[in-house]
Design a protein around this ligand. Structure first.
Ligand SMILES: C[S@@+](CC[C@H](N)C(=O)[O-])C[C@H]1O[C@@H](n2cnc3c(N)ncnc32)[C@H](O)[C@@H]1O
Length: 401
């Protein structure tokens, strides 16, 4: 298994046991640079010298931002809990007025407003008033963001000491494992409504942004007949696709308690007639056949390699010869969003007890092992939210197991 899926990362400085290797130019440069940057005298001089000062300040600020990240997110949480962004949606308000609406003392309101303004969430304007900042305005228009910010309280509790999780991920039961009822259970199909309701609502709340990305990135929905969304949650993705492409037949596959929740949403979107619901577990039940487009939206990263490969093989078995699989999820190594894939999702999934973010090359290798070829990337507008890959069935031989 591991040899099938070995990630295509540069193996810097790896040599056969016993061999003496001379470090390459990059390693020598890194050693030299890092010795310099760690030297307090160099830090002092580079901050004092006018030509290097801007760079020295930027680096010091970046390091401080890493130390302070939790504080910044708590400022955001306070804004969300006090509903500051909707309060300022119609225009600036005075500090006294904001204090009245939020039940804070003027002193506390002023502290919070100044903190939020320093982070770009708000903006101070004349007359002791505050307006939305560019980030606050963007937050106001981002569906599901408030719920996600609230949800992070669980994540931060789990990550309050990351070392036990890194040392042995399975040794501790985290709150996130309980929240994502399917993450570590041997019989996911038995999860009852109470166990799936919270995560299903959270996913449905953020799904519109993802569906927009996929609709814009993949131009061939018009050519398909039947789309099966595997792990499709409450059906928000199918509802968006079905609304945009009126000819498509739709099928939702998810745990039985989740598909039961999806019926209401698809009925509300007027799509009941065009939709089939299939309840089961993709690890234990065969996926129904006949869909010429099978979508996996924010699914594979939830699962460790063996299980993720099992899902791809199940998809391959269910797929007609002219079928397509479409994978949409945030990925590791995404240009300009590296910390979102590798740090945020890497540690989120660590705490959840299952899965990891993968690079495009890793998913491509897994697709090949599962019996797919013709792997293509489809550029999305916001790659940090989701990147999109499609693949077509290859020779049957790869799909066994
Ligand atoms: C992270 S959520 C993504 C939901 C949806 N695709 C979206 O993007 O909003 C993962 C989904 O996979 C479903 N799931 C997890 N394990 C499953 C299993 N063994 N069989 C079927 N569905 C499963 C969950 O119920 C959940 O709806």
């Amino acid at each position: 298994m591991a040899s099938d899926l070995t990630p295509s990362r540069p193996a810097v400085g790896i040599t056969a046991p016993g061999a003496v290797s001379r470090p390459g130019w990059r390693e020598r440069w890194l050693r030299w640079r890092n010795r310099l940057l760690a030297d307090p005298r160099f830090q002092h001089l580079s901050a004092a010298f006018p030509l290097t000062r801007p760079l020295a300040r930027r680096k010091a600020r970046a390091l401080f931002d890493l130390c302070a990240g939790f504080v910044y997110s708590q400022v955001l949480l306070a804004c969300v809990r006090l509903r500051l962004f909707p309060l300022l949606a119609e225009g600036p308000r005075s500090v006294a007025d904001i204090a009245r609406h939020t039940d804070l003392s003027e002193e506390s309101a002023r502290r919070l407003l100044a903190a939020a303004a320093s982070l770009g969430l708000l903006e101070a304007v004349s007359g002791d008033r505050y307006a939305l900042g560019d980030l606050g305005a963007a937050a106001l228009g981002t569906p599901g963001l408030d719920a996600m910010i609230e949800h992070h309280a669980i994540l931060y509790r789990d990550l309050s000491d990351p070392l036990p999780l890194l040392i042995d991920r399975a040794a501790r039961t985290t709150e996130l494992q309980r929240y994502w009822a399917y993450a570590r259970t041997p019989r996911p199909a038995h999860a009852e409504d109470g166990a799936v309701a919270d995560y299903s609502a959270l996913m449905a709340g953020t799904q519109p942004m993802i569906a927009q990305e996929v609709l814009a990135a993949y131009p061939r929905f018009g050519r398909h007949r039947l789309v099966m969304d595997v792990g499709g949650g409450e059906g928000a993705f199918l509802a968006a696709i079905g609304t945009a492409h009126a000819h498509l037949r739709l099928r939702l596959f998810d745990l039985p308690s989740v598909t039961a929740r999806a019926r209401a949403r698809l009925a509300k979107a007027g799509l009941t007639e065009r939709t089939e619901f299939a309840g089961g577990s993709f690890f234990d039940d065969p996926l129904p056949g006949g869909a010429d487009l099978i979508t996996l939206v924010r699914i594979l990263h939830d699962h460790d390699d063996v299980r993720a490969l099992a899902i791809l093989k199940a998809v391959r078995r269910a797929m007609p010869a002219d079928g397509t699989v479409l994978i949409a999820e945030p990925m590791a190594g995404t240009a300009d969003a590296e910390p979102i894939g590798d740090a945020y999702f890497g540690f989120y999934l660590l705490a959840m007890g299952s899965g990891r973010p993968r690079r495009f090359g890793e998913l491509k290798s897994m697709l090949a092992v599962a019996g797919f070829d013709r792997v293509r990337r489809h550029a999305t507008r916001q790659p940090m939210l989701a990147r999109v890959i499609t693949a077509r069935p290859g020779p049957r031989a790869g799909a066994g197991g």
